[in-house]
Design a protein around this ligand. Structure first.
Ligand code: ADP
Ligand code: MG
Length: 413
């Protein structure tokens, strides 16, 4: 298992020596959900900003000149005002209680001038690194030349954007090849928690999976069948499993290509004595929720989804069964909401599961951008959970046993 053997230790920020007066590039994950028109975006959940603040603050306090790099959404490798980090800079300043100078480009005139203007202990945020196509390019040399330009803006690099460490991208990976580099405290904590989920977890170990990125998440099941005692499956992933069992799923989210995969997981679970719990009832509607239509939720049996309906949440009996299955767990990992929790009519499954997690006597981990946002927007106190991870894809890839490029690049000799 990559990256399981270490704690931050020798890779931590201290390993960079005295940073006073030095320009330190920090990769943070500030990819927060935004709402509203392109010229007046409002942050709907600032969890990732608050989680990123301590490392930035710590560096500023040591007298470093902190240059934060981050992405927002998936712009097309070119500037797009809808994905500007400007509102994030404002919120970051509030959270830090310090001014944050905002550069209106990534490596251009504004970035150069902004960084040059930083005093010791000052903080700057560069515009969305994905406004430059070099950030996500698959071509090493294209990515490398963007990383060269980024590296010009710093004397050292701190990797603290956990949500992006599974990506081989310029501001995550290639910059680390060019500057003295270290692991920020947020990433170190995330890796330590994930290690506890993979190395001798306390049992029973229950995993709850949901959400909409079905094919992304099927891979993790493969690995968890060797580790977990129970797997509870909700969200959009359910319907591929139900279909694999021979049930019709109407208009629900379905990954036809993965029916055989789901069938093989169900068989392997039986062989290994891992309990896979699927919902027995589903909340359906005849259309996906939208602003111009009142939801008309109905509860149907999971094996009797009408042809014109789509499943949008696990039903009440299933939510109770999931909560019961969680009640004696000593280790829980939860990724992916149980339903379309953004709409009140389809939020109950997610709420009941979240509530069950708050009662766990042991380690409860919530991973995934939307799952983390769900527990906060549904009004739960973050401290009721053992750990709320800032990265969904990264934690899943770690649990799948994959190498995380943004971590292994820091570990290289
Ligand atoms: P995370 O960010 O926690 O990893 P995902 O991004 O995979 O989770 O999925 C989150 C999204 O899944 C939410 O926006 C939610 O509305 C959606 N979702 C949950 N259940 C369903 C469903 N049955 N059908 C369609 N979308 C769903
Ligand atoms: Mg998501």
């Amino acid at each position: 298992m990559p990256g399981t053997g270490h704690t931050a230790g020798s890779l931590g920020v201290d390993s960079l020596g005295d940073l006073a007066g030095k320009r330190v590039l920090v990769r943070s994950d500030l990819n927060v959900p935004l709402d509203g028109p392109a010229d007046d975006r409002a942050i709907t959940d600032d969890g990732r900003i608050r989680a990123s603040a301590p490392t930035i603050d710590q560096l500023a306090k040591t007298g470093a000149r902190v240059v934060v790099m981050a992405h927002l959404g998936r712009p097309d490798g070119a500037p797009d005002p809808a994905y500007s980090l400007a509102p994030v800079a404002e919120r970051l300043a509030e959270v830090l209680g310090r001014p944050v100078a905002f550069a209106s480009d990534t490596v251009g005139e504004s970035a150069t001038a902004t960084v040059a203007g930083l005093a010791d202990g000052g903080v700057a945020l560069l515009e969305n690194v994905r406004f430059n196509s070099g950030e996500t390019s698959k071509d090493d040399s294209v990515r490398g030349s963007f990383a060269d330009q980024l590296a010009q803006l710093g004397d050292a690099f701190v990797s603290d954007g956990f949500g992006a460490v599974h990506r081989k991208q310029a501001s995550v990976y290639d910059v680390a090849l060019r500057l003295p580099s270290a692991m920020g405290g947020l990433v170190a904590t995330e890796i330590e928690v994930l290690r506890r989920l993979t190395v001798e977890p306390e049992r029973p170990y229950v995993v709850v999976l949901g959400g909409s990125k079905v094919s992304d998440k099927l891979g993790v099941i493969d690995n968890l069948l060797d580790k977990a005692d129970k797997l509870l499956i909700g969200g959009g992933m359910v319907f591929t499993f139900l279909k694999a069992q021979g049930h019709e799923v109407g208009q629900s989210l379905l990954e036809d290509d993965h029916l055989d995969t789901c069938r093989s997981y169900l068989e392997r679970a039986t062989e290994k004595g891992v309990e896979i719990v699927l919902p027995t009832d589903i909340v359906v509607d005849t259309a996906f929720p939208s602003d111009d239509r009142e939801p008309e939720p109905r509860v149907v049996a999971a094996d009797a989804i009408p042809a014109d309906a789509l499943g949008l949440d696990i039903g009440p009996a299933s939510a109770d069964a999931f909560a019961a299955a969680l009640s004696d767990a000593r280790t829980v990992f939860w990724n992916g909401p149980m339903g379309v929790f953004e709409v009140g009519a389809f939020a109950d499954g997610t709420r009941v599961v979240a509530e069950a997690l708050t009662r766990i006597d042991g380690l409860s981990v919530v991973g995934g951008g939307d799952s983390a946002a769900a527990v906060r927007t549904l009004g739960f106190d973050e401290s009721a959970f053992g750990h709320i991870s800032t990265g969904g894809g990264a934690s899943l890839e770690y649990l799948e046993g994959k190498e995380l490029p943004g971590i292994s690049v820091l570990e290289r000799p």
